[in-house]
Design a protein. Structure first.
Length: 379
């Protein structure tokens, strides 16, 4: 009975990680090892940075009670269209354009957040309307045309690499050392957090399990950084992703504002009775989503070196995944990125790719639900 309980607990807690590992192995075998080539590991970040950015914002929408934002793909396209118009046709400074794009994203988020938070129109309806409206506005701004090329000053912020300060030929030592430092910092945070919980008398996981989990994470991280070091090093897109994930991880786990999102999702009525302004929580969720959609738009425009009317198609589907924490979002976003990259390497038809991604997501959720149900029965 205890053994069954332990297995069900592991399956419940690490469903997405298990799914990710299985998918990576399958693609590695089916691509003859091409999946893990240094250039393709780099492409996992370069081509899917938008997934991590949008998924982080989507987390806070989901935390408010399972809500999502269906408009993010269209907002990415709309903000990108405005950026392209300003830089390519109007000749406005890329730096001023960045600010304008961020402001426009927040205005879109505020617009949708107002109807959701204060008028109490269901998020599904508001964001579905936004998906149609902003896709149409993108075509109005671009007049159905693609605007290119994007100025180099803009591209360098997203498409270049962190230089190797050691100038080692064929291997970016700076990149690998960053991975080592990240592992040391991660270990310090884990052990320091455990020490503080013990000092306060809180429950902590067994030390053996903590060490094993930490060792696995560090091995994966170092392997990832080693592969990047064999190519060109750390892409700037990874810096943007890391900063955003770091900021929002802190907000979600260490601030009262972050806790408000969990509280609203758990029981909105009780949260409101406790004195928390739940309307403001909803508003902040969609305001923040607009800002991150704008940043994803910047990354997308830089990667494509253009602003075009079809940018952002199906981004909203890629952004939905993971569990209710930022680490869970990282796993879910990585899963979607691996699916995108693996099927591209294999030359899978775009329409079939959508079928596969939908099927994998459904299978992961079914597996998660079944494992939790069995866990409940065993108890």
């Amino acid at each position: 009975m205890d053994q069954k309980l332990k297995i069900s607990e592991v399956l419940k807690k690490y469903t997405m990680i298990i799914a990710l590992a299985v998918i990576v192995i399958l693609f590695t075998v089916n691509t003859g090892g091409k999946m893990l080539l240094p250039q393709n590991v780099n492409n996992l970040i370069a081509q899917n940075a938008y997934v991590f950015i949008l998924a982080t914002g989507m987390l806070f929408c989901i935390l408010t009670g399972g809500n999502i934002d269906l408009s993010v793909g269209s907002v990415v396209c709309f903000v990108g269209a405005i950026g392209g118009k300003m830089m390519v046709e109007m000749g406005i400074s890329p730096y001023l354009t960045l600010i304008a794009m961020a402001i426009m994203g927040m205005l879109v988020g505020a617009w949708q957040g107002f109807w959701i938070a204060y008028v109490r129109i269901p998020p599904f309806i508001v964001t579905l309307a936004g998906m149609l409206m902003f896709r149409g506005l993108s075509n109005v701004v671009l007049q159905g045309m693609t605007l290119a090329p994007i100025p180099d000053q803009f591209l360098v912020l997203f498409n270049t690499y962190v230089p190797d300060f050691f100038a080692v030929e064929g291997f970016n030592l700076t990149c690998f050392l960053v991975g080592v430092i990240a592992c040391v910092v991660y270990a310090f945070i884990v052990f320091n957090g455990r020490r503080q919980k013990l000092a306060k008398g809180y429950y902590v996981e067994p030390l053996t399990g903590v060490v094993i989990k930490m060792a696995v994470i560090c091995v994966v991280l170092l392997s990832f950084m080693f592969r990047l070091a064999q190519y060109k090093g750390i892409p700037n897109a990874l810096i943007w992703v890391a900063v955003i994930i770091g900021i929002y991880s802190y907000i979600a786990s260490k601030t009262t504002t972050g806790r408000y999102f969990y509280a609203v999702g758990g029981n909105e009525k009780a949260t409101k009775l406790s004195g928390i302004n739940t309307n403001r929580v909803y508003f902040l969720a969609y305001l923040n989503m607009g800002l991150l959609a704008a940043i994803a738009g910047m990354v997308t425009v830089a990667r494509l070196n253009s602003a075009n009317p079809t940018a952002g198609n199906s981004y909203e589907m890629d952004a939905i995944g993971g569990t209710g924490t930022v680490p869970g979002v990282i796993v879910g976003a990585t899963l979607m990125g691996v699916l995108n990259l693996g099927m591209s390497i294999m030359g899978v038809d775009q329409n079939l790719q959508k079928v596969v991604k939908g099927g994998v997501l459904l299978a992961a959720v079914i597996f998660d639900v079944v494992s939790k149900r069995k866990s409940f029965i065993v108890k």
